[in-house]
Design a protein around this ligand. Structure first.
Ligand SMILES: Cc1cc2nc3c(=O)[nH]c(=O)nc-3n(C[C@H](O)[C@H](O)[C@H](O)COP(=O)(O)OP(=O)(O)OC[C@H]3O[C@@H](n4cnc5c(N)ncnc54)[C@H](O)[C@@H]3O)c2cc1C
Length: 314
């Protein structure tokens, strides 16, 4: 009989882990609370396309993920960043070092979904608790008999699921995430670039979108801005963001804000620092950036490493 895994979260860590286990013949169920895969790589649908509200850039520092990005780039899913600037209008711009950085040219949720291969993904299905070898869904159903249950969600969300696994819960107690406000903004003029890193305390980054029509950018706040506007209405946060942007770019034109999103758990400040955490007695594994470290590459590596270790142990 094939081995069975139940995975919480179809972000890049969960999807990658799911795909590798399924490829090795495991029966894999992935439960995702949102309507689709992607997690913090998800996008916003627009009338004329889509745009990134989550991670707008991917990059690889190490060979395995570099090979993954090369594959996606060859298939047309990623485009290399060609022009990046750092600075602010009144102090001048310098070239930003963005070698091996890519923007997404197809919806990243599709790339993430592809990673999960033949695993069964259940969208709009929230897990409310994780128990040894079992998951409990929000509607109260308990799904038992998994050889492994794998939790691939931000650490504070994982903590809420782990009452029945206190030792694992304890391991995550110190992991804090910092927030980011993310805006889709459209403007004319400004510096010629694909990516702008701001030297500023309010805004961190702007990335020109590959779709969604002319002049559409994803603009990200600093963590400090998001902490100040954590409970603000999106109108207040986006108005402040737009006025900061006009100052930073020296824009003569009004900036249109087309969407706003607050990511409460954008990046872990103090991840555990191991690729994954395995509790074989309970059949439970923790993966994701809160365990492995900040960024898409670490999250992918976490899903990869956990799947390889599980397969080896089996
Ligand atoms: C605004 C922003 C900008 C970023 N910029 C970059 C960047 O430029 N470069 C970079 O490398 N990284 C960047 N990151 C970080 C990067 O996106 C993350 O490190 C990475 O995507 C984390 O992947 P993950 O699989 O660990 O978690 P996630 O992507 O968060 O996936 C977790 C999934 O679990 C689901 N979930 C949560 N709870 C439950 C539950 N109870 N039941 C079922 N499903 C659940 C969530 O809906 C989500 O889909 C950025 C992040 C943000 C928010």
């Amino acid at each position: 009989m094939s081995k069975r895994a139940g995975i919480v979260g179809a972000g890049i860590a969960g999807a990658r882990c799911a795909g590798l286990l399924a490829e090795a013949g495991w029966e894999v169920d992935v439960f995702e609370k949102s309507r689709g895969a992607g997690g913090r790589l998800s996008t916003r649908r627009l009338e004329n396309g889509w745009a990134t509200l989550g991670a707008p850039l991917v990059s690889a520092a190490r060979a395995p993920f570099r090979a993954q990005l090369d594959t996606w780039a060859r298939e047309g899913g990623l485009v290399p960043v060609t022009g990046g600037l750092v600075g602010r209008a009144n102090k001048g711009w310098a070239q930003a070092g963005l070698e091996h950085h890519y923007r997404v040219a197809v919806e990243p949720s599709r790339l993430v979904r592809q990673l999960s291969g033949s695993a069964r993904v259940y969208p709009a299905t929230r897990v409310s608790a994780v128990r040894p070898h079992a998951l409990v869904l929000e509607d109260g159903r308990a799904l038992e008999g998994y050889d492994r249950v794998i939790v691939g969600v931000p650490a504070p969300q994982a903590v809420a699921l782990l009452d029945a696994l206190p030792t694992l819960k304890e391991r995550l107690a110190g992991v804090h995430y910092r927030p980011v406000w993310s805006f889709l903004m459209r403007w004319e003029g400004g510096p010629e670039a694909d990516v702008i890193r701001f030297e500023d305390h309010l805004l961190a980054l702007a990335v020109r979108q590959t779709g969604g029509g002319e002049g559409l950018w994803a603009v990200h706040s600093t963590h400090g801005f998001a902490e100040t506007y954590l409970d603000a209405h999106e109108m207040e946060a986006s108005t402040r963001g737009a006025s900061a942007l006009m100052g930073l770019l020296g824009l003569p034109w009004p900036v249109e804000v087309e969407a706003s999103h607050l990511w409460r758990y954008a990046r872990p400040e103090n991840p555990v620092g191991h690729g994954w955490i395995d509790a074989p007695d309970a059949g439970a594994v923790l993966i994701g950036d809160g365990i492995a470290g900040v960024g898409v590459e670490r999250a992918w590596e976490s899903g990869t490493g956990a799947a390889q270790a599980i397969l080896q142990a089996a």
